[in-house]
Design a protein around this ligand. Structure first.
Ligand SMILES: [Zn+2]
Length: 355
């Protein structure tokens, strides 16, 4: 969805659009499976003889027009089920890193919906394929990623073994140097954060960084649960925190960043298309926000488009740059790694008059 197709009140100049396109960016909320375009998943389905509820590519693409969040999850799960060969994972990562480079994204932390890959292969086989894809992508495109394996909450909230599978996967990914943490995603309503308290405590104790989707389809109590029960270090989405002033204050003082994805929110009906995005309220309340795509081809977006969505709603270039700086600060990088990207950001800032 193009930025001009949702609420906008400001003209985006070509000069501003060009600066946003060229600026080095960091992204913290993007799903690997959700970054694979419909044509690729359709071809994988045919190659791997997976039955789809459609018979042509155009019908498959039409199926990606989301009616609501549950329909989106159904499409997402089916699109992930077509990945049947280790080579599919290699191709998925390489394709992701190519589009990352095209948008000048120098580094991203990428969710892998690990619950959906359980029982396909051994953990080692999947991690081998992902490592190969990351090696190829790094060499070919010069960008960098770290994985955050996440638990699909609707598949695991009553299933401890399913939670433990993702923890084990996340630990092995970290051991190999390609993973950094663990998260939860999937259907939020009915699968409260508190159901994952124990597994998150274990993940933290074993050295993983922890994040949680919350406050997207469910309200402010879900965000509070992610903070209190899960000790989440960042919140995926979190936009419905605006429903509770005390929670906003808690986010402000704790400096827990939100991973905001405007076009995803518009596409899934979390925010009405004819209204401004609540990120303005969050930023004005002093909450640290970052800008992200979530599932770019699913929502016909990319990271430049997300920033321009905000520009069209009155965010200045300085504010957009600050949101990008927030992503650098909020990334789970070592000090040495952060210094490298800091230099890239500083160099860009110095080259743009007025930044
Ligand atoms: Zn997400």
């Amino acid at each position: 969805m193009h930025y001009s197709e949702v609420y906008n009140s400001h003209v985006v100049t070509p000069e501003l659009a060009d600066i946003v396109r060229r600026m080095p960016k960091i992204e913290l909320h993007v799903h690997l499976e959700g970054s694979t375009d419909p044509q690729t998943t359709y071809e994988m389905a045919r190659r791997n003889q997976v039955d789809l509820p459609v018979s042509t590519l155009s019908e498959w693409q039409a199926w990606y027009v989301f009616k609501d969040f549950n329909h989106f999850i159904d499409v997402y799960v089916l699109a992930t089920s077509v990945m049947k060969q280790p080579e599919d994972y290699v191709a998925m990562v390489e394709s992701y890193m190519r589009t990352q480079a095209e948008q000048n994204i120098v580094y991203s932390e990428v969710y892998l919906s690990t619950s959906l890959h359980r029982n396909k292969f051994s953990i080692e086989t999947i991690l081998d394929a992902l490592s190969t894809g990351i090696d190829h992508g790094t060499r070919r495109y010069g960008t960098s990623i770290k994985l955050i394996p996440d638990i699909s909450r609707h598949l695991a909230s009553e299933d401890i073994e399913a939670q433990e599978y993702v923890l084990e996967f996340a630990l092995q990914a970290k051991e190999r140097g390609i993973g950094i943490g663990m998260g939860i995603g999937g259907k939020e309503i009915g699968h409260e954060p508190e159901k994952f308290t124990h597994i998150f405590a274990q993940a933290k104790e074993k050295g993983l960084r922890v994040v949680a989707h919350a406050g997207e389809t469910d309200g402010a109590p879900s965000v509070a649960g992610a903070l209190d029960a899960l000790k989440a270090e960042r919140i995926g989405h979190g936009v419905r925190a605006i429903e509770d002033n005390q929670l906003l204050e808690k986010l402000r003082t704790s400096r827990i960043p939100l991973e905001v994805s405007p076009q995803s929110n518009y596409c899934l009906g979390v925010v009405a298309r004819d209204t401004p995005h609540p990120i303005r309220t969050l930023v004005d309340a002093g909450v640290i926000c970052t800008v992200n795509t979530d599932d770019p081809p699913f929502f016909s977006t990319d990271l430049t488009n997300e920033y321009l969505t905000l520009a069209a709603q009155g965010f200045s270039l300085d504010e957009l740059w600050q949101l990008n700086r927030n992503a650098l600060d909020a990334a789970f990088l070592s000090d040495d790694e952060r210094r490298i990207y800091q230099k890239t950001f500083d160099d860009f800032e110095a080259a743009i008059p007025g930044l």
